[in-house]
Design a protein around this ligand. Sequence first.
Ligand code: GLA
Length: 663
Amino acid sequence: MQTNTWGEGPLRYGGDYNPEQWPERVWREDVALMRRARVNLVTVGVFAWSRLEPAPGRYTFDWLDRALDLLHDNGVRVALATPTASPPPWFSLAHPDALPVTADGVRLHHGSRDTYCAAAPAYRSAARNIAAALADRYAHHPALALWHVHNEYGTTCHCEHAAAAFRRWLADRHGDLDGLNDAWATSFWSQHYTDWAQVTTPRATQYLANPGHLLDFRRFWSQTLLAAYTEQRDLLRAANPAVPVTTNYVLGDWVPVDHARWAAAVDLVAIDHYPSAVDGGAEEQTALAADLARGWARRGTGGDGWLLMESAPNQIHTAGRMHTKEPGRMLRHSLAHVARGSRGVLFFQWRAPAGGAERFHSALVPHAGPDSRVFREAVELGGLLERLDEVEGRVEAPVAVVRDAASGWALRHPGLPSGRVDHDAEVAATHRALWRAGYGCDVLAPGDRLDGHRLLVLPAVYLADAATVDWVREHVQAGGHLLVTYLSGVADSHGRVRLGGYPGAYRNLLGVRVEEFHPLADGERLPLTGGGTATVWSETVHLTGARPVTAYASGVLAGRPAVTRHDVGAATAWYVSTRPDEDTYRRLLTEAARAAGAMPTCPAAPPGVEAVRRRSDRGSWLFLLNHTDQPQQIPVSGVNLLTGDLFDNQPLAPNAAAILREP
Ligand code: GLA
């Protein structure tokens, strides 16, 4: 891995730039506007394969030469992409076997993007060839700051190439068919395999599919896509080891990528983030995405620096409707990422195209042109980012929340006691409650380094292998507090239930034994003693050392514990057997955090004001983001880097931000 220099120097500002979609006279206006907005980094070439290689092996780099030279002459550096997320039409016609096949056996065709099977040899070889040609030509171009491999790895396929690769991967993972049969519990429903040729990808089935099979298929794709990335990375690195290489992570429940496991393969963690909630929720989603990215960055390079590679300037994409961001929201979202370690703010995209599937996606230069609110806000943002060079150091986070990609996949399988439980939703609910209570949070993967975290939270982390169980136990033995929610540690790493009472992995640590589940219906709520309600889930909890904190107050579980605490040496291990309503969950997490000795980032910040602190041995900086439409009095002081003025125990304007250099 490269020691990356992304922790230093000015923040990067810009976005995806598609000169291939415009006549060259527009390029000249583009660079003039980029200078005006102080853009210093653009991503070029992401989907330009058909314009770079119009026929197999025939390259047309002249336009890219001119575009990169023009950007360089105007002080704009380039994250140069390999265009492998969108093979040209000639490729699919020449290699129909490399077109992706769905679980239903339908072969997809070109006409959109991402139309390839990443396990198909012809695709992999064409991808290597175009990456090598780009490396050959541009590895020493003075504009080149970063290689951006592919775009948002996340496709799967069920073709014969994929099936063969899956079998090889399974043989490697399980050793032999006995190992596979055991891991997948194939004695159930007559699925016992006696020959590798019988093992396919999990195609559409008559009834419920085998959960071990589904889980391994996701893991296989995570590693196969990683191999596709890595072979391009190695070619690019070989051409000039000084240029860092990355790819932009896409977040979403459909993505078969375990980003934590990719962290060591990228020189810089880069994420795309598009919040989808409109009423307030976008801020919490932004904070969670940024905290996830920082967790991956630490796992990879050990530092807090990562990069927001894509975000939407003035829109929030909700299902079926685009919501226009109110004035100031683009700035606050951008600063929320920078506060949490992003080394820049990049958008999708620079200029809105007139045609193509994403013609109405937001852009820094919208259809209206530069005489527009969004471009004026872009100019303002570029100016403000230049004032933040001094901000550095670790993000203050006394609480760690665990997110485990494989647990998320396993909980999406059919045949669970409830279709309403989702690991990522539980992570988000936990993070949101802590965000609202004002606690800084790290979001970590099982096994990550715990670094002074007072409280470790496992929200429905369904799978637990032996190493994870040890990791959690060691945290508690070292005096760290623990809060575990329902359905955590119920299964082993293959998704097989740990027997003897739930949650098999953590029963002893928590001092409880769960005998039966009682999942709740949509909209069903059970009252809890001491106020609040239980939603989504409930269960029969027996105390085997823990003390009850609250109990279910009605129904078959009336009087039985809902939340418990167990003293383990100097630490407390809490168990939450339901999803409490939002206020109750926030109060509970606050109580657990307090008991653990964790403090909110800025205890005096009123609700709706987000506070994030960065600290190094050279100082500390407090980001304050007022997400309300009222002025908010905040009793703190320091020099506000955004204005240069002293901020001294005063109101922060509605929808405004301040970044204080703390005394
Ligand atoms: C992703 C892609 C972009 C674009 C945006 C639109 O992040 O990388 O190419 O499609 O989404 O939101």
